[in-house]
Write a protein that binds this ligand. Sequence first.
Ligand SMILES: [Zn+2]
Length: 383
Amino acid sequence: MKSLAPPLVTASLVFLLLAAPAVALDHLVIKHSGGEKRVSGKIIVTAEDGGLILLAANGEQWIVKPDELVRRTSDEKPFEPLDAEAMGRDALGRLPKGFKVYKTANYVICYNTSKTYARWCGSLLERLYRSFHSFWKRRKFELHEPRFPLVVIICSDAKTYREVAQGELGGALKAISGYYNLQTNRVTMQDLTGIESLLKLRGRSVTTKDITNTLSRPEAQRMVATVVHEATHQIAYNCGLHERFTDIPFWVAEGLAVYFETPDVRSRKGWSSIGKINRGRLYQFRRYLKGRPANSLTTLISDDKRFSDTKLALDAYAEAWALTYYLMRREPKKYQAYLQMLAKKPRFVWDKPEERIKEFKAAFGEDLKKFDADFLRATRKLR
Ligand SMILES: [Zn+2]
């Protein structure tokens, strides 16, 4: 997930959540990229200093600092999310030439790959979507349908991916082959198999058989995991498991995405493999255990620093997976109550480390040392 650094906001800034009138469309003129830009939607947060968050009809959230706001007007038109048709047009308008739209029940897929490939991805995403919902339904966690069609952009090669993602990822572009952007609400990825570029070179088009053959190679599983990981973030933030721009600790958001990362893509029935041991992450965690600092649990839960440090990130993801796996198995009720509490937190307020720890203790017990010992004991037994 690509998370934006908390914008214009610190914990000391008090945000007022506006009870927005049911019918009203806000129009802003804002300073943007050296010029002015007009954006319309619904203002969902107003800061004391005059900063605003506007939710646009395409699901984007615009963060407007006080000195960026040029003009603000409103009318009585109701706010309505774009439908799939309009969402497709909107997304194409932001992409380089050559992209097309393929729609499924919940997704608007913009692709410049072959249609076969887009269709294959659509079916993978829909299976994930259904499995995700039934997973939580079985656990009696109420999710809702997404308010906006879910936009996923698939680029056939590194060149178009660079063009599309450069502005959002900047320097991190090389290291990231797919991401979910909380602000735009879109997932962007490269063709996960590399098959498109290969077959283009050979001058023939892709068949479903080609895709299946490619995915049966062990190295392809990692690539599928990337798609599933980012798509999991998108579903979680659109269906009520998390709220965008609330302070969801990274160990929670990433731990969950990694927990869902273990699909059996060959299974036609869907995802019976959700929650299977994630071998790669377990292996990484075992290696980390050899030198795991005594305060590892505390640093994992108190802030998100370990996830954004390239030297520490892999171990942090592995530990987040292990902790999520442990809580799902051993403390499912407490874990769910904790998730529900997080989803209800106010938007754009970022907790201090002490508050994160306090909430963790309130959910899972005051004695962190004992918790850590139990967690490690159970995780060491995993085979
Ligand atoms: Zn992630």
